[in-house]
Design a protein around this ligand. Structure first.
Ligand SMILES: Nc1nc2c(ncn2[C@@H]2O[C@H](COP(=O)(O)OP(=O)(O)OP(=O)(O)O)[C@@H](O)[C@H]2O)c(=O)[nH]1
Ligand SMILES: [Mg+2]
Length: 232
C-alpha cells in the first residue's frame, strides 16, 4: 500500500480599515488574482458596502524548505462601519460579537491595515484599528502586519508617510510588549483598478502562512483512492 504524506498550512487573514477603503474588493482579488478585465470590472462595480462577515478561501502549493505545503488563506472580512447609520444596518462591532468565538479569530496570521491614499482620515483611523486588534489579542509571535496603501491609481502613496506609520505601528507593538519584530511589519502599495500589488500581497501572505501558519499532516492512501476511482 502506498501512502502519500501531505503537508498543510492554514492561517487567517483579517483586513481592517474604515469603510470604502477597499477591504472587500482587495480580499476578492487576493483569492483570485488571475481574472479577466470583465470580471475585475464586475467586482469593482458590484461589491457593495458590507453589512455582514464575508469569508474568502484560497489554497496553493507553496514550496518551503524544499517541501511542498498545501497552504490555505482564510480571509474574514468585516464591515468597516462602526457607527449605526440606520436601524437595519449592522456595524463592525455587532458582526464581530457574533463571530468572536471563531477559532480562526483567536490568532491572526496576517493582519492587513488598509487605508485609502486619497482619504487622510482613513490613515488616521488605522491607530484605532490596530488598537482594536491588540485589545482582541489577535497579534501574536506569528502575525505578519501589513500596512496597505490602497487606491494608488488615484493618487501616489507618500513614502515618508508610509515610513512614519510603520514606525508608529512598531512603537505600539513595543508599548504592548508584543513578540513581533520590526521585520514582521511590512508595507505595500496596491491598486485594485490596475491590479497592482495584489499578486505580491497574495504570495507574501501565502509564503508567510506556509512557514508560520498552523501546520498539519495528512496521509493519502493512493492505492485505495485508485480502487475507488476504478469502481466508480
Ligand atoms: N479607484 C479605486 N477604487 C477602488 C480600489 N479598491 C476599491 N475601490 C473601490 O472602492 C469602493 C469601496 O470598496 P470596498 O471593497 O467595498 O470597501 P470596504 O472597505 O469593503 O468597505 P465597507 O464594506 O463599507 O467596510 C468600491 O467602489 C471599490 O470599487 C482601488 O484600488 N482604486
Ligand atoms: Mg466591505
Amino acid at each position: 500500500m502506498a501512502d502519500e504524506i501531505k503537508h498543510y498550512a492554514t492561517g487567517s487573514v483579517i483586513p481592517l480599515g474604515d469603510g470604502f477603503t477597499g477591504k472587500s474588493v482587495l480580499s476578492r482579488l487576493i483569492v483570485n488574482p488571475k481574472i479577466s478585465d470583465e470580471e475585475l470590472n464586475h467586482i469593482l462595480l458590484k461589491t457593495k458596502k458590507s453589512y455582514n462577515i464575508e469569508i474568502e478561501f484560497s489554497s496553493e502549493e507553496i514550496i518551503t524548505d524544499n517541501q511542498p505545503i498545501i497552504t490555505t488563506l482564510q480571509l474574514y472580512v468585516f464591515p468597516g462601519q462602526r457607527q449605526k447609520i440606520a436601524d437595519r444596518s449592522t456595524t463592525f462591532d455587532e458582526i464581530l460579537n457574533i463571530f468572536d468565538c471563531f477559532p480562526a479569530l483567536l490568532k491572526v496570521s496576517v493582519l492587513l491595515l488598509i487605508y485609502d491614499v486619497t482619504k487622510e482620515h482613513t490613515l488616521q483611523s488605522l491607530e484605532m484599528w490596530l488598537r482594536f486588534a491588540i485589545v482582541k489579542d489577535w497579534i501574536y509571535k506569528d502575525t505578519l502586519i501589513v500596512l496597505v496603501s490602497n487606491k494608488t491609481d488615484l493618487e501616489p502613496a507618500n513614502d515618508e508617510t508610509i515610513k512614519r506609520v510603520k514606525e508608529t505601528i512598531y512603537s505600539y507593538i513595543e508599548d504592548h510588549e508584543l513578540p513581533v519584530e520590526m521585520n514582521q511589519i511590512i508595507t505595500i502599495k496596491t491598486s485594485c483598478v490596475k491590479m497592482e500589488g495584489i499578486e505580491e500581497l497574495r504570495s507574501m501572505s501565502l509564503e508567510w502562512i506556509a512557514e508560520r501558519g498552523i501546520r498539519g499532516v495528512g496521509i493519502r492512501d493512493i492505492e485505495k483512492l485508485g480502487e475507488k476511482e476504478e469502481k466508480a
